[in-house]
Design a protein around this ligand. Structure first.
Ligand code: GTP
Length: 595
């Protein structure tokens, strides 16, 4: 009988999770050393290029210790906050976790937030100091941090390197010796946890799951409990480097299931699979419907591409269930879509995939969060877009989403970070010293203040030495107003923002100044105004210029003139005509660039 160990790797971004996983796969001969390309687990092109793991994956390794054969299921997890729900589900499928910490960096925000998730699920934690091959490794200092955090012994911490292979054998032995066997019962009703899914254009949705109890067989009639849908199982199998079909998956096993499901939305990470005829008593705990929290308009640059953009969105959504979109129109930008994303990184990824995979050139408007607006008639409206805000006279109050942020920094930067967070309407809840010079700060902050430029600012004021992670808290009342921008008296809907009343004046002023920089001089004066309702709060003017681009080469040769005109035409293509004013694309993101 082979014994099973299910484990995941948790770490802050870039601490070397994928590289270490590669070494484990190599050592257990799961992949041929020759076939081994760096970071085999990151299979999406985009993942390889960006060097980050977007979707988590699972892989099975065989390992023998003292004559006993073990199946080790490694569940890889994404490291970024936008995908933290996936981390939490992957963790729920394991009995143990390798906690990897870069020995040159020490504990960071996601190290802690992922560790808390693992502790919540009672996982056995194996602490690992990675990148020990580097000259600037500080093993003793980082060990002190780890001991302070999880209360282990110094000798419990494995010193390793994903680069040289140091510590790999010890890690495998500890996985076998320290991590408990899965506790499932084979002859109980089927109960399996979906912890991830991918979309395959030929096979439909492939869901990755862990069978907690019972046995899942090919041909079974199954039910997805939270989605309340039933299917017949076409195929089940194990995940190695690729899928290996099996006749059944028993309690404790990790593998995949295919039921010919054609859209990613039908399969929800965190859902429970059971038999239709003899269902389990209740679904596995902790299921959450992931909801987009950040919204932005996505518009084709060339309005003729609208239908192509719709087709691209449909296809993207087939394999990215967390992306939402619905048609929207803007007086300034024409027809497009209002899209919902998990966070800013997710938004960036979608934009990049539209460009790369579908060759779509789009303008993305300033992102905003979801607001709950309570009207005087006692209704609650979800507002995804500043232009969706009802008339001020009908608003009772507005609630905005709040997050709890974990920031870890060197103590030198406490002052500036405090100023930044207070400026963003944050409140400090806790300030703990991890070691004499490293501090954990916990703030409650409005999500709407984070989506603009918080992360960039945090990085720059801390010279890169602060890390940040967050989770959603709740909705809280806020005094918000809509700030509009007018160009020559015409409101540009795509530039409207919802902003806290106290910040509206200075924000409006800075917006006008920034737009003045970004909008080129044209043949007439352009008035740039910021307004709250009918009240103008700021104004700038772009002075007229008569720009005769060919004047300089008067009498010169005609091809040179043509080239110049061509160049000007190209420049125009990247402009949007708003009323009689030509506005460059980057002006629509001006708010992200305010100082
Ligand atoms: P995400 O998937 O984005 O969360 O990152 P990750 O934690 O998987 O980190 P990854 O394995 O991609 O490594 C990040 C960087 O550190 C890469 O440039 C690796 O080459 C490098 N790296 C990883 N492990 C080691 C190590 O042990 N020593 C040295 N010198 N570099 C390493």
């Amino acid at each position: 009988m082979k014994k099973i160990r299910n484990f995941c790797i948790i770490a802050h971004i870039d601490h070397g999770k994928s590289t270490l996983a590669d070494r484990l796969l190599e050592y257990t001969k799961t992949v041929d050393a020759r076939a081994m390309k760096a970071q085999v687990l990151d299979s999406m092109d985009l993942e390889q290029e960006r060097g980050i793991t977007i979707k988590s994956h699972a892989i099975q390794m065989m390992y023998t210790l003292n004559g006993q054969e073990y199946i080790l299921n490694l569940i890889d997890t994404p490291g970024h906050v936008d995908f933290s729900y996936e981390v939490s589900r992957s963790i729920a499928a394991c009995e143990g976790a390798l906690l990897i910490i870069d020995s040159t960096q020490g504990i960071q925000a996601q190290t802690i937030s992922n560790l808390y998730l693992a502790i919540d699920h009672d996982l056995e934690i194996i602490p690992i100091l990675n990148k020990m091959d580097l000259d600037n490794a500080m093993p003793e200092i980082v060990e002190d941090q780890i001991i302070g955090l999880i209360g282990c012994k110094r000798t419990d911490i494995i010193r390793a390197s994903g680069k040289t292979g140091l510590g790999i054998e010890e890690i495998l032995e500890r996985i076998v010796n320290d991590i408990p066997e899965p506790k499932g019962i084979e002859d109980a009703p089927l109960q399996a946890l979906i912890f991830d899914s991918v979309f395959n254009p030929f096979r439909g949705v492939i869901a990755y799951l862990k069978v907690e109890n019972g046995i899942l067989r090919k041909g079974d009639q199954v039910k997805f409990v939270n989605a309340s849908k039933e299917y017949v199982v076409d195929e089940v199998g194990a995940l190695k480097l690729g899928m290996f079909e099996r006749s059944e998956l028993k309690a404790g096993s990790v593998g995949y299931i295919i039921c010919g499901i054609k859209t990613a939305r039908e399969v929800k990470v965190g859902d429970t699979v059971t038999h239709s005829k003899a269902p389990c008593e209740k679904a596995i705990d902790g299921f959450e419907e992931v909801k987009p929290m950040v919204f932005a308009g996505v518009y084709p640059i060339d309005s003729e591409d609208y239908e192509d953009l719709r087709a691209a969105m449909e296809k993207l959504q087939l394999n990215d269930a967390s992306l939402t979109y619905e048609p929207e129109s803007s007086a300034a930008l024409g027809f497009g879509f209002r899209c919902g994303f998990l966070g800013l990184l997710h938004m960036e990824i979608v934009q990049e995939r539209l460009d790369r995979e579908y060759d779509m050139n789009v303008i993305t408007t300033v992102p905003n969060v979801l607001y709950h607006v309570h009207t005087t008639r006692g209704e609650t409206i979800n507002v995804y877009n500043p232009s969706g805000l009802p008339a001020t006279t009908t608003i009772d109050d507005i609630d905005e989403p709040f997050i709890r942020a974990n920031i870890i920094t060197a103590s030198d930067f406490i002052g500036p970070i405090m100023t930044l967070c207070l400026d963003k309407r944050g409140t400090l809840l806790k300030q703990d010293y991890l070691t004499t010079d490293r501090v954990e700060m916990v703030f409650d902050l409005p999500l709407g203040e984070i989506v603009f430029d918080f992360y960039d600012k945090l990085k720059s004021i801390s010279k890169g030495y602060a890390s940040f992670d967050y989770h959603m808290l709740d909705f809280r009342p806020a005094k918000l107003v809509r700030l509009d921008i007018l160009l020559n008296g015409e409101m540009v809907d795509a530039l409207s923002t919802l902003i806290h009343f106290n910040n509206a004046y200075s924000f409006g002023k800075r917006m006008c100044e920034k737009l003045k920089e970004l909008i080129p001089r044209q043949q007439f004066d352009i008035a740039i105004q910021a307004a709250i309702g009918a009240k103008i709060i700021s104004r700038e003017t772009v002075k007229a210029v008569r720009k005769d681009v060919t004047a300089k080469c008067y009498g010169g040769d005609i091809t040179r003139k043509r080239k110049l005109l061509e160049k000007q035409k190209k420049g125009k293509k990247r402009m949007k005509q708003v009323g009689n004013v030509e506005v460059p694309q980057n002006a629509f993101l001006a708010v992200l660039k305010l100082d």
